[in-house]
Design a protein around this ligand. Structure first.
Ligand SMILES: [Zn+2]
Length: 215
């Protein structure tokens, strides 16, 4: 049983490293997001490859934002937020099968609205044991709507059911905001460099060399 716990912890640590901020992960995330964002605009509203590319852009947008928010926010909220920022788009599935009752009069399904975020926040207030997970879901949804509004297509009816008006802004604004987050991420990477160097294997290696020099 103890061995099982160790294995689980090891797997968790491995997953967390892949999601942690470093020069390598930041570069990969930035390049893949740029490619996915460009591909999404070329592919348009296609199920494939437009759908997977758009979801990839959503999850990387959330990741870049969370990296900028600092380690406490990442530890508390990042993983559920990443999942929520992609899962919300399952509400498009009925529409793909010709069932339009979730999106009559609005460019995206009704669940793409501030009402859903308010419901999730209300659940977080009421359910203290799951508060962090639910708040993370609300943040993930907010970041998802932020990208949807900047995709340059049809916008998001944020204030449904009060109005069907679709809120949107130019894609250039989305790109500019993401550049700002990437600059913050880069600054955090530079700040962390000395501590990550300390954590590397090189000090023990140097210590070993000193011991050899003395002997
Ligand atoms: Zn969406």
């Amino acid at each position: 049983m103890a061995q099982g716990r160790t294995t689980h912890r090891h797997r968790g640590a491995l997953d967390w490293r892949l999601l942690s901020l470093s020069p390598t992960t930041l570069t990969v995330a930035l390049v893949v997001l740029a490619g996915a964002d460009w591909g999404t605009r070329l592919a348009g509203d296609t199920l494939f490859p437009g759908g997977p590319l758009d979801e990839l852009a959503h999850v990387l947008t959330t990741l870049l934002v969370f990296w900028a928010l600092g380690s406490r926010a990442r530890e508390r909220f990042m993983l559920p937020a990443l999942i929520a920022s992609v899962v919300i788009d399952v509400d498009h599935i009925p529409d793909r099968f010709g069932v339009e009752w979730l999106t009559v009069g609005t460019p995206r399904p009704y669940t793409h609205s501030l009402l859903l975020i308010l419901v999730v926040v209300a659940l977080a207030v009421a359910w203290s044991r799951r508060r962090d997970v639910l708040l993370a879901v609300a943040i993930g949804l907010a970041i998802h709507f932020f990208r949807d509004m900047g995709e340059g297509d049809s916008g998001v009816a944020l204030l449904w059911p009060f109005t069907d008006h679709a809120f949107q802004y130019s894609h250039g604004v989305y790109v500019a905001v993401m550049v700002a987050f990437v600059l913050i991420d880069t600054g955090l990477c530079v700040q962390r460099r000395p501590s990550s160097d300390r954590a590397s294997s090189w000090p023990p290696h140097r210590a070993r060399l000193k011991r050899l020099e003395k002997s």
